[in-house]
Design a protein around this ligand. Structure first.
Ligand code: PTJ
Length: 266
């Protein structure tokens, strides 16, 4: 692994990149996952690398849906396991969700490795190795799922999803919560609760809201009722427009003149 100096201005970003490359070498992340990460990072630059106000609203709604779910499931792929296995395990425990490994580039060896990494991170109820059902209307390997897991779930959290499955799950009548930095992706446009935020920020935020809401069923019901996906996505687009305008303004701002040094008296 390349040693990244702590003083590097993009330290965190470079360490994450190295972690994904290492996970690829271990057979957890596919090459396509590295491309997906680069796309995500480009969006995160535009979004300012912070959870925006609309993202926080969607994360609070996600917490309310997960808390009131009867059979919540968190779906995990290679990138999610490499970036956030601990966060997945912790959120699953907080909302009593099952975790299911579901891969686009599915091989039994990858499912085994990802399952192990989730268990090592503390997840206790991990499905994925023996799929016995199919998501209707989906031809890819991601259709294969567990009857007691994703198939029967009423609420499914699908981070870094592909649009086809998000659509198919929504057609099955499930509440689909996505985490995708691309607000224009088909996933973001189809999910019931699209969260436009970075995965390692989004999962702890959701968990924080779970702890905040779990003793307050009235507020939880209100958050569910008042959440408006179209309005929230519109707020994300407006935020993006504002960010771009700020960038343009900062670029156009005239360089600050240096004050002339006053001649010293005496
Ligand atoms: O492990 P597998 O075989 O299931 O494959 C996983 C990938 C990610 C390769 C697969 O699901 C895929 O091809 O996904 P896409 O269609 O490239 O979509 C991934 C989306 O996630 C893109 O819109 C990215 O912008 C977004 N994304 C990437 N990294 C992050 C992210 N969103 C939030 N947080 C991230 N860290």
């Amino acid at each position: 692994m390349t040693r990244i100096p702590k003083s590097h201005p993009r330290y965190r970003s470079l360490v994450t990149r190295e972690a994904l490359v290492a996970a690829h070498r271990q057979g957890v992340v596919v090459l396509e996952g590295l491309i997906a990460h680069g796309r995500g990072e480009a969006w995160d630059y535009l979004l300012g690398e912070e959870s925006s106000a609309p993202a926080l609203v969607a994360e609070r709604a996600a917490a309310a849906f997960l808390l009131t779910a009867k059979r919540p499931v968190i779906s995990v792929n290679g990138n999610v396991a490499a970036l956030a296995a601990k966060e997945v395990a912790s959120l699953a425990a907080a909302v009593r969700a099952r975790v299911e490994v579901n891969l686009f580039h599915r091989t039994d060896a990858r499912v085994r490795k990802i399952t192990k990494s989730l268990r090592d991170a503390g997840a206790t109820d991990v499905l994925g190795s023996r799929p016995d059902a199919r998501i209707p209307g989906l031809d890819s390997e991601r259709a294969r799922c567990h009857r007691q897991g994703i198939y029967a779930a009423d609420v499914v959290l699908v981070p870094l999803e592909d649009g086809d499955r998000a659509e198919a799950l929504a057609r099955m009548g499930k509440v689909v919560i996505s985490v995708d930095l691309n607000p224009l992706s088909r996933t973001s446009r189809t999910a019931t609760v699209p969260i436009v935020d970075e995965l390692t920020r989004a999962l702890p935020n959701i968990e924080r809201f779970v702890f905040e809401l779990r003793m307050d069923s009235v507020e939880t019901a209100r958050v569910r009722r008042d959440y408006d996906r179209a309005r929230n996505l519109a707020a994300v687009y407006a935020f993006l427009r504002w960010r771009l305008a700020e960038i343009v303004r900062a670029t156009k701002a005239p360089p600050r003149r240096r004050k002339k040094a006053r001649p010293r008296k005496g």
